[in-house]
Design a protein around this ligand. Structure first.
Ligand SMILES: O=C(O)[C@H](O)[C@@H](O)[C@H](O)[C@H](O)COP(=O)(O)O
Length: 321
């Protein structure tokens, strides 16, 4: 195994984790929707111009601004105006595609995201990185928890995301449930013939004390699944025994992957993940295979046993309003 050094952002308090996680998510949202972390900056011509130092860039910008003006001005340049309209339409239809896990991650998201003004909920497509096969009203349901804790609390004027839960009538058939969820993904991410793997903008993961990530458990056969996008899990060693999970190739194909882990109970597993990748814990496998696109958001307690890692100071990417 090669050693990949992941970005680790550590904070003294839960609220610090929640605030930084929310900033990172909004930055990913803005990047997916507008091609820029900071949407405000990208919408202002003056600000854009000042970001580029080269004369060529200034000329390019001046040209595109004047083209825009002539297109929208007297209507003589119809082809460029319809090009503009197509571009605008395409931009308007862009979606932010995110995969959520369950557990304490949901509390972090509730704390961090609900107070922000710049979450464009109506442009989110929310999928689940894993789901426990329990009724939606069970406290064990990842969808149920995310809905009651986060989505039901979004003020109506902020819009509502498209949410893609599992089929609740397939709880007794894990294989069918996983296959059906895979079809949901295929519908959302184009047909399997045209894309080998779905590419999420962001997948959010927690990590349990036993090292499981999404519902990929240590030494479990689902870890080796290399074809399916979504796999059934039978006999899970902790929590509800039947589940479905996104597979390692799908998680590692995501544009970005964030781990969110807090608490001293996680310290031993975090030290194994960081210091003994040879143990092959699911989180180490993902750390390795998605190297370069992974960031860890942790509290100081969770990383207290790890020696020799460089904790980074988190630099906020999105300017607050
Ligand atoms: O359904 C699941 O089991 C979760 O998606 C799982 O992967 C979760 O993220 C970890 O168990 C961490 O959970 P905690 O943060 O609550 O410890």
């Amino acid at each position: 195994m090669t050693t990949a050094v992941p970005l680790i952002y550590s904070f003294p308090e839960f609220s610090g984790v929640a605030e930084a996680v929310a900033d990172h998510i909004v930055a990913a949202q803005n990047h997916a929707l507008y091609g820029d972390y900071n949407r405000k900056k990208s919408l202002s011509d003056t600000n854009i111009a000042s970001q580029f130092s080269g004369a060529a860039e200034s000329m390019r910008l001046t040209k595109s601004v004047s083209e825009h003006h002539s297109a929208s001005g007297n209507g003589t340049n119809t082809s460029s105006s319809s090009r503009e309209q197509r571009k605008k339409k395409k931009e308007e239809n862009r979606r932010f595609r995110i995969g959520l896990s369950g557990g304490s991650l949901i509390n972090v998201l509730r704390e961090g995201l609900l107070k922000r003004q710049d979450v464009e909920w109506s442009k989110w497509d929310v999928y689940f990185a894993d789901e426990r096969l329990v009724p939606f009203d069970s406290p064990e349901s990842n969808y149920g928890k995310a809905k009651s804790q986060i989505f039901d609390n979004i003020p109506p004027e902020k819009g509502y995301p498209n949410i893609f839960p599992i089929e609740e009538n397939l709880l007794n058939d894990p294989q069918e449930c996983a296959d059906t969820y895979e079809k949901t993904l295929i519908k959302g991410f184009a047909s399997k013939d045209s894309v080998k793997l779905p590419m999420f903008d962001l997948i959010l993961l927690g990590c349990a004390p036993d090292g499981h990530v999404a519902s990929l458990f240590p030494n479990h056969e689902t870890l080796r699944e290399s074809y399916a996008w979504c796999a059934p899990v039978l006999n899970a060693p902790s929590g509800p025994p039947t589940r479905i999970t996104l597979t390692v190739p799908v998680i590692c194909h995501s544009h970005r992957v964030m781990f969110v882990v807090e608490g001293a109970t996680k310290a031993p597993v975090i030290s194994t993940i960081m210091e003994r990748p040879d143990k092959g814990l699911p989180a180490s496998i993902i750390n390795e295979k998605a190297a370069g696109r992974i960031a860890w958001f942790v509290d100081d307690d969770a990383v207290k046993d790890v020696v020799g890692i460089t904790k980074k100071r988190y630099k906020f990417l999105v300017h607050s309003e």
